[in-house]
Design a protein around this ligand. Structure first.
Ligand code: URA
Length: 230
């Protein structure tokens, strides 16, 4: 990787700032000053800036406990973007792997790894998402049976894949689905004659929302969590 790019990737510097510090002789490879921005860094090379070692930032994987009234968008619209809650550099390189509605709370995964994000969201991968659902009306046995079988949503060519349904109370359900259609959970319950009044995502694949995160808090994923999305 070119030296100026390496510096941009591993520090908050812009390309022109990186070029400037290189020309000022503040960048070293091992103990040798490098003054060329085009210098090609090698895999195992130790690069330092003002004698502090810098390393290329790895890919980032974040879980956020999304509160209501934040939107899954990189920019503020009528409501603020959930990126307002995350205090990291170069947020414009991050995106959300599987959006939630503004009024939905819970697990949001944020990354700059496009391939990993695709594994989370691609319908082909059938990555499971578990939601805790609060309902307006008592759930009927017939509705549960329909959800388990695969409900037909409005304006969709095919019925949903069968869902896993755990009944917590007459109006509280834990629902696990392996698709991510637009407003899917709300539409599934509408299709069986009910109304979702609270929706909280608890799990995506092997990644469970960390119970120690309050609404609005975030943390980086562990390596095991990242690898659990296969
Ligand atoms: N299904 C919905 O209807 N809304 C969400 O936010 C997530 C899944």
């Amino acid at each position: 990787m070119r030296l100026d790019k390496y510096i941009c990737e591993s520090t908050p510097m812009t390309r022109s700032q990186a070029k400037k510090v290189i020309s000022q002789g503040r960048i070293k490879s091992g103990d040798k000053v490098v003054r060329s921005s085009a210098y090609k860094t090698k895999e195992d090379e130790v690069i330092s800036f003002d004698d502090n070692i810098i390393s290329v930032r790895g890919l980032r994987y974040i879980m956020l406990n999304k509160p209501q009234d934040f939107i899954c968008s990189n920019v503020d619209e009528q409501l603020p973007s959930l990126f307002n809650l995350i205090d990291v550099e170069k947020k414009d390189q991050l995106f959300i792997a599987g959006r939630l509605d503004a009024d939905t709370t819970g697990l949001a995964l944020i990354t700059d790894d496009g391939k990993w994000s695709h594994k989370v969201t691609s319908p082909r991968n059938k990555c499971k998402k578990r939601y805790r659902v609060g309902l307006d009306a008592v759930i009927s046995d017939e509705a549960i049976a329909q959800l388990k079988e695969g409900v037909q949503l409005n304006n969709e060519p095919q019925p949903c894949l069968p869902a896993e349904v755990e009944v917590i109370s007459e109006t509280e359900i834990v629902l696990t689905i392996s698709e991510g259609k637009y407003h899917q959970v709300k539409r599934m319950f509408a299709a069986v004659g009910n109304l979702v009044v609270e929706l909280h995502r608890e799990q995506i694949g092997g990644i469970e929302l960390d119970a120690s995160l309050e609404l609005g808090e975030w943390r980086y994923l562990t390596t095991a969590e990242v690898k659990s999305i296969a």
